[in-house]
Design a protein around this ligand. Structure first.
Ligand code: PEP
Ligand code: MG
Length: 588
C-alpha cells in the first residue's frame, strides 16, 4: 500500500457490497473519541483558559446554528428543532461555572476540565428515570465532543453535509451515521470494517451507489480530497487511477448503463415467471422519504419497514403520534399495497446512541438486549409503537412484523401486549384494522426450529437471512475477518429455509424473505425453488430480480433447489445458482 499522497495507481481489494462505479474525491471519515492532552496551567493563566473556553463555545454555537439553518432548509422545521437542545447545552450556566471551578481546583487545561464536568453531567442524566432527561445525555455528549474539537482547532466531521460529490471512506459507519448520510452528495461508500449486510451497505444500495467493505486499513493510506475510483462490481478501490484505467472504466460504465436501461424496462412489467407463477417483489425501507423509491421501482408495497431508523435518525424516541403520522403517510401513499412495519429492532448493531440507560454496554450485543427482548421489558415504549401501527392500519394495508422472536413464549407475550393495545383503542373508539395481519421474523435458529409452533400464532413469516445466517453459522455479520465464511449457500441455511417453508405452508402461512439474500439474483431462484412465496429488498435491486423472475420457470427453480439440497459444498451450490441466473439474464 502506498504512503498517502503517492501518485502511482494502486488497486486495493475489498469485498464488493453494492454495485456501481464511482470516481471522485475522498471524504475521509474517522470515527474516534476525540483525544486531547492533559497538562498543568499556572494560576496566572487561568483567565486565558477561560477565554479559550468562551471562544470555543461561541464557535460551537455558530456551527450548530449553521447546521440548524441548513437542516431547516433541506429537511424542514421539525428536523431542525433537534438542534435547539444542543444550543441549550451551550447556554447551561451551571456546566460552564462548574468547568471554571474545576480549572481553579485542578489547574488542568480547559479541555480536561470541560471533559470531566461534561462526563459527570452525561452520567447523571443517563441515570435519571425520565426518558426526556435521559435523552439529554446524548445531546451533551454530542455538543461536548464539538466543543473539545473546537478547543483543539479540529474540524468536526459530519456525513450529513458533504461539500459536493464525495466518496466516503470511513474506518466504520454506525447505523446512525449511515442514516445521516448526505444522500445528494455521497457517490460511494467504502469502509475498513463491515460486511455485505452492514447498514452502511443497506443504505448504499438504497441510494444506488457502489459500496465496498472490509478494506482493513485503507483509511490510513488515503487523505481527504484524494481522487479514487470505486468499482463496486468486483470490490476494488483504485487510488490515483491512470487515464487508461479511467478510459476502461468509462467504457464499462456505458455498457452497464445500457444494461440498467434494459432492467428498468423489465421492472415496469409484472413479476411473473415464464410458467405463470406470480412472485410479489416488495421493498425494504428505513424511512418515509423512501416511499417514492418504492413506487419508482414498481415494488408491490413494502415487505420490511425498519422502524428503528425513525429512532436512530433523530437520536430521540419518537412519540406515539410522530410514529403514527409516519406509518399513516406510508399506508396512504401506497394506496392499498401492503406496508409491513417491523417493530423496533434496536440494540445489537443498532444501539440508540446517547441512551446508556436504555442500552447498557454489553459484551455480546448481537446476543444481547435487542429488538423484541428490549420491547418486552420496556412495554411502555412497545405499546406506544403498537398503538401507532394499529392506528395507521385504519388508513391502508398495514401489516405488523415482530423481529428476533426466539420462541413461542416470547411471541405469545408480544401478541398479548398487542391485544391489550387493541382493547385500549376499542375502548377509546379509535379506529384500526381488526384484521391486521401479524407476522414473525424468522432470524434465530430456535425460531426456525419451532416454525410449526410459531405458525400457530402468526399470520405470515418473513425470513431475515442476514441474522439467520449469522446465528446459524456463528459468523458475526459485521466482522470482515470472517466475512468469507458468511455463506448464504451453506447447506445448513438451505435446510433451515426449506424446513421453515414446509412448516409454514402446512398451516397455510405465506413466507417472505427480507434479508439481503433476496435481493441477489444469484439466490433469488434458489429461494423461490425452496418454496418462498415473496421476496423483499432495497428498491433499486428489484429490477434485476424481476428480470430473472420473468426469464425463468418456477419448475426449473424447484429443480435447482432440489439439486442444491443434495449438494454439500457452498461453493458448488453458489456456482450452480450463478450459472442458473447468468443463463437467464443474458442482456446482449
Ligand atoms: C435480517 O436479519 O435479515 C433483516 C432483514 O433484519 P436486519 O438486517 O434489519 O437485522
Ligand atoms: Mg435482522
Amino acid at each position: 500500500m502506498p504512503a498517502p499522497g503517492t501518485q502511482n495507481e494502486t488497486v486495493i481489494q475489498g469485498i464488493a457490497a453494492s454495485q456501481g462505479i464511482a470516481y471522485g474525491q475522498v471524504f475521509l471519515y474517522i470515527k474516534n473519541d476525540v483525544e486531547f492532552p492533559s497538562y498543568h496551567i499556572d494560576a496566572g493563566k487561568h483567565t486565558e483558559e477561560i477565554a479559550r473556553l468562551e471562544q470555543a463555545l461561541l464557535v460551537t454555537r455558530q456551527q450548530i446554528q449553521k447546521i440548524q439553518a441548513e437542516v431547516e432548509k433541506n429537511l424542514g422545521n421539525e428536523e431542525a428543532r433537534i438542534f435547539d437542545a444542543h444550543l441549550l447545552v451551550l447556554e447551561d450556566q451551571a456546566l460552564i461555572a462548574e468547568t471554571i471551578r474545576e480549572l481553579e481546583q485542578t489547574s488542568k487545561n480547559i479541555e480536561v476540565c470541560f471533559n470531566n464536568v461534561s462526563q459527570r453531567y452525561i452520567k447523571a442524566f443517563a441515570e435519571i428515570d425520565d426518558e426526556y432527561l435521559r435523552e439529554r445525555a446524548g445531546d451533551i455528549r454530542d455538543v461536548a465532543q464539538r466543543v473539545i474539537q473546537n478547543l483543539l482547532g479540529q474540524t468536526a466531521q459530519n456525513l450529513a453535509r458533504l461539500a459536493g460529490k464525495r466518496i466516503i471512506i470511513a474506518n466504520d459507519i454506525t447505523p446512525s451515521d449511515a442514516a445521516s448520510i448526505d444522500r445528494g452528495h455521497a457517490i460511494a461508500i467504502v469502509t475498513d470494517s463491515g460486511s455485505k449486510t452492514s447498514h452502511a451497505v443497506i443504505v448504499a444500495r438504497s441510494m444506488r451507489c457502489p459500496a465496498i467493505v472490509g478494506l482493513r486499513d485503507l483509511t490510513r493510506h488515503v487523505r481527504d480530497g484524494d481522487w479514487v475510483l470505486v468499482d463496486g462490481y468486483d470490490g476494488s478501490v483504485i487510488l490515483n487511477p491512470t487515464e487508461q484505467t479511467l478510459f476502461r472504466y468509462g467504457k464499462i460504465q456505458t455498457q452497464k448503463r445500457g444494461i440498467e436501461q434494459r432492467l428498468h424496462e423489465a421492472s415496469r412489467r409484472p413479476s411473473i415467471t415464464l410458467d405463470g407463477v406470480a412472485v410479489p417483489l416488495r421493498a425494504n425501507i428505513e424511512k418515509v422519504d423512501e416511499l417514492q423509491l418504492v413506487k419508482d421501482n414498481c415494488a408491490e408495497g413494502v415487505g420490511l419497514f425498519r422502524s428503528e431508523f425513525l429512532y436512530l435518525r433523530n437520536h430521540h424516541i419518537p412519540s406515539e403520534q410522530e410514529q403514527y403520522l409516519a406509518y399513516k403517510t406510508a399506508a396512504e401513499s401506497l394506496a392499498g399495497a401492503p406496508v409491513t412495519i417491523r417493530t423496533l429492532d434496536l440494540g445489537g448493531d443498532k444501539p440508540l446512541a446517547g441512551n446508556p440507560g436504555l442500552f447498557p454496554p454489553e459484551a455480546n450485543p448481537f446476543l444481547g438486549f435487542r429488538a423484541i427482548r428490549f420491547c418486552l421489558e420496556h412495554t411502555d415504549l412497545f405499546k406506544e409503537q403498537l398503538r401507532a401501527i394499529l392506528r395507521a392500519s385504519a388508513h391502508g394495508n398495514v401489516l405488523l412484523l415482530y423481529p428476533m422472536i426466539s420462541g413461542a413464549g416470547e411471541l405469545a407475550r408480544a401478541n398479548a401486549i398487542l391485544d391489550e393495545c387493541r382493547a385500549e383503542l376499542r375502548r377509546a373508539g379509535t379506529p384500526f384494522d381488526e384484521t391486521l395481519q401479524v407476522g414473525t421474523m424468522i432470524e434465530i435458529p430456535s425460531a426456525a426450529a419451532t416454525a410449526d409452533l410459531l405458525a400457530r400464532q402468526s399470520d405470515f413469516f418473513s425470513i431475515g437471512t442476514n441474522d439467520l445466517i449469522q446465528y446459524t453459522l456463528a459468523i458475526d455479520r459485521g466482522n470482515d475477518r470472517i466475512a468469507h465464511l458468511y455463506e448464504p449457500a451453506h447447506p445448513a441455511i438451505l435446510r433451515v429455509i426449506r424446513n421453515v417453508v414446509t412448516e409454514a405452508h402446512q398451516q397455510k402461512r405465506k413466507v417472505s424473505v427480507c434479508g439481503e439474500m433476496a435481493s441477489d439474483p444469484v439466490y433469488a431462484a434458489l429461494l423461490l425453488g425452496l418454496g418462498v412465496d415473496e421476496l423483499s429488498m432495497t428498491p433499486p435491486l428489484i429490477a434485476p430480480v424481476k428480470y430473472l423472475v420473468r426469464a425463468m420457470k418456477m419448475t426449473d427453480a424447484r429443480a435447482l433447489a432440489a439439486k442444491a439440497l443434495k449438494m454439500d459444498s457452498p461453493e458448488e451450490i453458489h456456482a450452480m445458482c450463478e450459472n442458473f441466473a447468468a443463463a437467464r439474464m443474458v442482456m446482449d
